[in-house]
Every structure is written in C-alpha cells, then in structure tokens.
Design a binder for this molecule. Structure first.
Ligand code: NAP
Length: 329
C-alpha cells in the first residue's frame, strides 16, 4: 500500500454536465481500502460511452457528487483488504468495475470484480477487456443464446464492444458479419474475426445486407445504435432471429408486425444487470481466451489524463472507431 499517501491525481466531477465538468486535480483524496477490496495503481483506464452518459446526469445511474468516473482499469496491486487472499502486492490485474473511479492514479475495486492480467497483454489492452468483452459475451450467449453455426451481424463492430464481439463470436464457431463506418474500420474487423464486412455509411449498405439476408439466415444481431438501426434490423433478421440492443441513444419507430411471421425478438441488455454468476462466466471465457490466444484487445485512440474532456467529446462525436479508447494514467 502506498503508505503515507493521502492525495493523488484524479479527474473529479462536482456537477453533472458536458465534458467541461471533468476536472483533473492534483490533490484528490486517496481511496479508502475496505476489507474485501483491492487497491490498484492505475496504469490505464478504458473510456466507455457510459462514462459520458453518467457524467451528463441523464443516466439511470447517478453517483453522488463529487465523484471520479471510470470503470475499466488495469494496473498493479498495491494493497489488499484484510479478507483478500487471492491477490497480493505487485500482481498485474484488470477490473471492469472500480468503486472509487478509474480516471485516477489509484482506484479500489471489490475483489470479485478483479482478475489477473496475463503477461501476454500490456496495460492498455488490460483496460480494454472488462466492459467490452463481458458485454459482448453477455449479449451473444447469456441473453442472445447464440450457437455455433449460427450467423451474427455485429452492427457497429469497430469499437470496443464490437471488436470483442467479433473475436468471441468467431472463436465460438459463428459466421460473423460486421459493420464499420470507414475502410480502416472494415479492415480492422476483418482481421479480428469478421467473415464479411459492410460499411454502415455506404448509401446502399442496407440493400447489400438485405441481399445477404435473403440467402443467409441472420440469427442474431448485436446492435450498437438501435435508435438508428432497429427498424432495419427487424427486416434483416431470419426465422426466430434475436436482436440484442447493446447501444441506443434515442427514439425510433418500428413496426411490431415485422416480428410476427418470423417470430423474431428484441431484447435489451445491460452489463450492470448481469448476475454475479454471469460475470464469473464472462471472466472465465475471457481468461481462457487470453490464455489460448484468440482474445487480443485492440486499443484505439489514447489520451493522457489531461485530455479527458477531449476524449469524452471524441467518443460520442468522432466517427471511425478503431478499437477501444483508453486513458493513460
Ligand atoms: P465505441 O467504441 O465508441 O464504438 C461505437 C461503435 O458504433 C463503432 O463501431 C461505430 O462505428 C459504431 N457506429 C457508429 N455509427 C453507427 C451506425 N449508424 N450503425 C451501427 N454502428 C454504428 O463504443 P462501444 O464501447 O463499442 O459501445 C457501443 C455502444 O454500446 C454504445 O452505445 C455504448 O453505450 C453501448 N454499451 C452498452 C453496454 C450495455 O451493457 N448495454 C455496455 C457497453 C457499451 P464507426 O465509428 O466505425 O462508424
């Protein structure tokens, strides 16, 4: 434990609002380590779109102010609570759910949300595992009941969750179709498991996808932008198909009749609602994937802590994701 340290660098939010409410402080309070927690010296922190929704104050989860954002952290253990036996100082770890916030020099996390970080991966990759891969597995298998041999469309495959979904689906024997908004994104998802790729900014990409769907049953759609795509997804799904809503940023009109003849279903998912058992299963899959070698997180844009406000603007407004966005601490 960093004995004698009482302050550290951390991004603090004192009021909900735009990216400008993110304040980097040099004298933020050091997190207090409880008996079932692990203290981590943060090396990198994944930036998730949900961090921006929480910061804006419009999300269902509203932390009490002030707070430090950031859930996905990788780093080195510098202290453990008195009940913790599974980790020790010096261990490389990652977590998907810090308690004190990951945009900081140090963070605490409950021991059941902390996992060993293999030497095969660097810290930036470690910060790209938790929420993206757990969400992808939760959507595909725990809620989407995907099976080997089925076809999945990952609608928005070039970002954190999308690349994770491509790698997992490919490793589990699905036929993988992915979309990205740029040529580079299309190349990237092809290298990360997609058999077929489409550009969701091509004017006629829906026609191209519909041609595919006419000859090939699309069993599952993992949807990253449901407010834009849900009505089209219902047209693409095959018999008994399932669309899994992972991302949605607004309203959309759909025709429920589209679900009837093919008996398709629409299901929303939230990693925050996953049970402890489901998270354990996600972690087991991820750790095995790293060990065997098919799970390789792709790190996209990188930002220092000082540029956190820019990172929050970019994750919502920039087009052309190329993997997971991370903060370097
Ligand atoms: P990200 O890294 O920012 O990636 C965003 C993805 O959306 C990129 O692949 C982007 O592609 C794609 N996209 C942009 N326009 C699109 C369109 N018209 N149609 C389809 N895809 C489009 O974000 P992420 O971390 O992967 O998260 C993706 C979404 O899932 C976000 O809305 C996030 O809030 C949500 N999410 C939900 C959960 C949950 O538990 N439900 C967990 C994690 C994330 P290009 O940039 O190449 O255009």
């Amino acid at each position: 434990m960093a004995a004698g340290r009482h302050i550290m660098r951390a991004v603090r939010v004192f009021e909900f609002g735009g990216p400008e409410v993110l304040k980097l402080q040099g004298d933020a309070p050091f997190p207090i380590l409880k008996e079932n927690q692990v203290l981590i010296k943060v090396h990198a922190c994944g930036i998730n779109p949900v961090d921006t929704y929480i910061r804006s104050g419009t999300y269902t989860r509203k932390p009490s102010l002030p707070y430090t954002p950031g859930l996905d952290v990788s780093g080195v253990v510098t202290g453990v609570g008195e009940n913790v036996t599974s980790f020790k100082k010096g261990d490389r770890v990652f977590t998907h759910n810090t308690v004190s916030g990951g945009y900081a020099d140090y963070a605490v996390a409950s021991v059941d949300s902390v996992f060993p970080l293999s030497d095969k991966l660097d810290f930036k990759q470690g910060a790209a595992i938790g929420i993206p891969y757990f969400t992808a597995y939760h959507a595909l298998f725990q809620k989407g009941s995907a099976k080997a041999g089925e076809t999945v469309l990952i609608h928005g495959a070039s970002g954190g969750v999308g690349i994770a979904a491509c790698q997992i689906a490919r490793a589990y024997g699905l036929k993988v179709v992915g979309t990205a908004g740029t040529e580079e994104g299309m190349d990237l998802i092809k290298k990360n498991g997609a058999h077929l790729v489409f550009n969701h900014r091509d004017m006629d990409y829906m026609t191209q996808l519909k041609n595919l769907a006419d000859h090939h049953n699309i069993d599952v759609i993992v949807e990253m932008l449901a407010n834009v795509n849900l009505a089209n997804d219902l047209k693409l799904l095959g018999n008994k198909g399932r669309v899994m809503i992972v991302g949605c940023r607004g309203l959309i009109e759909i025709n429920p009749r589209e679900t009837m003849a093919k008996e398709t279903s629409i299901r929303g998912i939230s990693l925050f609602s996953a049970s402890k058992e489901e998270i354990c299963e996600c972690a087991a899959v991820v750790l095995a994937g790293i060990e065997v070698g098919w799970l390789k997180p792709v790190v996209g844009r990188e930002y220092p802590l000082e540029k956190v406000a820019e990172a929050h603007k970019d994750i919502i407004h920039n087009q052309g994701a190329l993997g997971k966005m991370v903060l370097l601490v």
